[in-house]
Write a new protein. Structure first.
Length: 319
């Protein structure tokens, strides 16, 4: 059966979080599935070695509503594109009527979708319940990213064993979700004092000033930036890291899916949605908050305890 999965959320973190359910669908039907995702999901980089994914189709929708698949005409344009591919079944990880209409117009006979018009949900809980109900089996929430084994071994051989290798995720989807760069610099200095380390700076294209601040600091000689690497080139390095430390960002979820221990700092995003789905993720929340109360609008960046982050980092690097 030719199966399509529609996952319309933005960002590579969400893309990674949905992987267990996409993989479960492919395994249930015994063949790779195609996925319809936005370009900024970075699926083409993340899934380049994933044999459970067939075709990656770009969903061209934008925040300015000027993408080729936006508007009324965009519904028919996308439906025409999908109809040509003759899908027999679609799984829609969205409550939007839009994707139901697209699937109907595209002539897809079997449509499985979230309940229509559902506004707020826990991204992991909704995906898990939906997939398990449709497939009739239990699905783990732990994602997995597949890599080229030769690249992983090559990266491993290049990392000196006398150092701890730590991925530092300084990027974030907004300033309120980001711990101060000065804290990260101090953290790296303190860790390096206790155990010689190399730090791999994972950032986004808009984080140049933050990266520059690190490379103008005392710790710069111990730091390596991913800025000139594609995501699929950085992933083998992350796979060989001892620890990820950073904000709730796409790099966190990539690290988790590569089976790397993660220390995630949550200050203005929901821990229960993005920090509890993986056994690889340890969470630190603002002082005075709990994992249950840390969510959107917590605005707790200044209340993340430096000493807690340092002590937990050393603990995770030691054990």
């Amino acid at each position: 059966m030719k199966v399509l999965v529609i996952q319309p959320k933005i960002g590579m973190g969400d893309m990674v979080i949905y992987l267990p359910y996409i993989h479960a669908i492919a395994q249930k039907f015994g063949s790779p599935v195609s996925i319809l995702v936005k370009e900024n999901s970075r699926a083409k980089d993340l899934l380049i070695h994933d044999k459970l994914i067939d075709e990656i189709i770009t969903l061209d929708r934008t925040s300015k509503n000027n993408g080729s698949h936006d508007g009324i005409s965009g519904i028919f344009r996308l439906a025409k594109k999908l109809k040509e591919k003759k899908f027999e079944k679609v799984f829609i990880f969205s409550s939007s009527l839009r994707y139901f209409l697209v699937s109907k117009i595209a002539g897809i006979k079997k449509i499985a979708q979230y309940p229509l018009f559902k506004k707020k949900d826990n991204i992991v809980t909704s995906a898990k319940i939906f997939t398990e109900n449709e497939l009739g089996l239990i699905v783990s929430t732990q994602p997995r990213l597949f890599l080229d084994l030769k690249s992983v071994e090559l990266s491993k051989s290049s990392l000196k064993k006398e150092f701890k290798h730590i991925c530092i995720g300084i990027s974030a989807s907004g300033p309120t979700k980001r711990w101060s760069i000065k804290n990260y610099i101090s953290l790296c200095e303190k860790i390096d004092e206790q155990m010689p380390s190399k730090f791999y700076i994972a950032a986004g294209k808009n984080d140049k000033d933050l990266v520059d601040e690190i490379f103008n600091s005392k710790i710069q000689s111990k730091c390596i930036s991913f800025k000139n690497l594609k995501i699929n080139e950085a992933m083998p390095i992350i796979k060989n890291c001892n620890l990820y430390i950073g904000n709730d960002t796409g790099w966190l979820h990539i690290s988790s899916a590569l089976n790397v221990k993660c220390l995630a700092l949550f200050m203005d995003s929901p821990v229960l949605a993005y920090g509890k789905y993986s056994e690889k993720i340890e969470v630190i929340v603002p002082e005075g908050e709990t994992e249950e109360t840390t969510t959107h609008d917590t605005l707790g960046a200044e209340k993340i305890s430096f000493n807690k982050v340092l002590n937990k980092s050393i603990e995770l690097l030691t054990n």
